[in-house]
Ligand binder design. Structure first.
Ligand code: FAD
Length: 467
């Protein structure tokens, strides 16, 4: 049974470092709003209007008044490209829908509004011994955003995606009102909304199954490796023993790959209470030239050396294990005013050569970044119709936006992914072609009937040609 509501109103919704984004709703007139960005700050868009409902019962009115194809829900804008943007049209900023509606202490089921962030859930429930079933590499995403991109984490090989732990949602639809979706009722709409890129409607609330943990500590191990083959060996060996696995790679190394393999389990014992680290916040976009091949190469070499020296086992706080980047507020401004792109693909396991080729092309280009990640996905069936994770190796790398040279490198990576039978992740994308989207999600047309008529996005129009 759910216990009474816990209010999260009053939580600082800017704790995610989004304070630069000021969203305004004004009445009927169409007025320019301050610019809304995604995490990569590319592309730049101009929205006509940003609605900011404070209560779920305001959402039907917003949807009723909107023209077809004019709206898109917006969470904390942690998607890198344009899947959370709706250029020239309107957004429904869901961050004020941030109430925890109930919690079943015996089963760990939480019901919360869609604008509650994963960070809020951790703050409230970790002290009670419950943790997120799946978490991405930042805690500053909303429950609505985590469902709409069906996000994955370091435990994909064990737990699948976030959507696999969503038991029920309530979805605002313009014709049908508030639609309850679970395994028995409207199960197809649930599968469409998980990974549905915000296009099936506005999620009002969701029931999420949390998982029991002993505390806020992780038994972690760091293992340096020096080839792709040793990464695969480590992955195979670790996936049975460790709940969480992921690798950082030095993208300047090419086929002679080197990196650090991180693996861990929830610890049964730890130290004192974990205090969240709040590091510096970048006040403005740094000059783009600060991040160049020499500074990044030097950073990567130092990172490898430092972590190799720390190899072995230790007990670490959960936040440094899961969210190392969150300790620097607005780190995305490091890439300068032109922003950056993340390239995240998955390549089937039987195509190891394609992973090598991809890394070699990146190393040759000299354009890699310090955030290179490699992870072997597990075989869990997709929770949503358009879920990205599938068996294979996922590679994620950031690239400063330098115009045509960056885009041309990415097109050359697309070739490798497409020929290798792989796919790109919409949550990270700002430029994939319609052809690559088709190759990545060949069944996307089966999703179209579930799209809410009032919804559209910059991403969807770009990759499907929808108006
Ligand atoms: C540092 C960092 C690390 C990351 N690591 C990972 C990772 O490990 N794994 C991973 O999968 N992703 C990762 N991501 C990406 C991020 O988890 C996803 O993009 C996530 O969906 C962002 O959620 P958000 O609340 O910011 O939503 P937004 O980015 O604002 O929106 C994302 C999508 O959700 C939709 N949406 C938002 N709210 C609602 C709602 N109420 N109802 C319906 N639809 C809604 C939007 O329309 C949009 O399509 C990372 C991002 C960052 C910045």
């Amino acid at each position: 049974m759910f216990t009474p509501a816990l209010e999260l109103e009053g939580h600082d919704i800017n704790m995610s470092g989004q304070s630069a984004v000021i969203l305004r709703k004004q009445s009927a007139a169409i007025i320019p709003t301050k610019q809304v960005f995604s995490w990569g700050r590319y592309p730049t868009t101009a929205h006509r209007f940003v609605h900011r409902p404070s209560w779920n019962d305001q959402v039907p009115g917003i949807m009723h008044d909107a023209a077809d194809g004019s709206l898109l829900p917006y969470g904390l804008g942690r998607s890198y490209g344009d899947s959370c943007l709706n250029d020239g049209r309107e957004l429904v900023d869901c961050r004020r829908l941030n109430r925890i509606l109930g919690f079943d202490e015996s089963s760990g089921m939480v019901r919360c509004e869609s604008g509650v962030s994963l960070s809020d859930l951790i703050d409230v429930f970790l002290p009670k011994g419950w943790f997120l079933p799946v978490t991405p590499g930042t805690r500053f995403v909303t429950v609505g955003g985590a469902i709409a991109n069906d996000v994955h984490g370091k435990n994909h090989h064990r737990a699948g995606t976030f959507g696999a732990h969503v038991r029920q949602i309530a979805l605002h639809r313009s014709h049908d009102g508030l639609v309850i979706c679970n395994a028995e009722q409207n199960s197809d709409m649930l599968r469409a909304t998980i990974g549905g890129l915000g296009l099936t409607g506005v999620i009002a609330w969701a029931d999420i199954q949390l998982k029991r943990v002993a505390g806020p500590w992780i038994d972690a191990e760091l293992v340096p490796f020096d080839s792709l083959a040793s990464f695969f060996d480590l992955s195979r060996e670790s996936d049975g023993r460790f709940e969480y696995t992921v690798a950082w790679i030095d993208c300047f190394a090419g086929k002679n790959l080197r990196g650090i393999f991180f693996r861990g389990n929830h610890a049964t014992e730890g130290g004192e209470k974990v205090r969240r680290k709040h590091g510096p916040t970048l006040p403005f976009a740094l000059p783009g030239w600060l991040l160049n091949r020499y500074s990044i190469k030097a950073f990567n070499a130092a990172y490898y050396k430092m972590h190799s020296a720390r190899k072995g086992a230790s007990v670490v706080p959960y936040d440094s294990f899961f969210y190392p980047l969150d300790s620097i507020g607005r780190w995305n401004l490091l890439y300068g005013r032109k922003g950056f792109l993340q390239y995240q693909c998955v390549i089937p396991e039987n195509n190891v050569e394609a992973v090598g080729e991809l890394l070699e092309r990146i190393a040759r280009s000299g354009m890699g970044s310090f955030l290179g990640v490699l992870k072997q996905f597990g075989a869990a069936p997709a929770a949503g119709m358009l879920s990205f994770p599938r068996p294979g190796i996922t590679v994620a790398l950031d690239f400063a936006m330098r115009g045509e040279p960056t885009l041309s490198l990415m097109r050359s990576l697309d070739e490798v992914v497409e020929n290798g039978g792989g796919a790109l992740y919409p949550a990270k994308d700002a430029r994939m072609s319609a052809a690559l989207f088709e190759a990545s999600f060949p069944r996307w047309r089966a999703f179209v009937p579930y799209i809410e008529p009032k919804m559209s996005s910059s991403f969807w129009r770009r990759v499907t040609g929808a108006q």
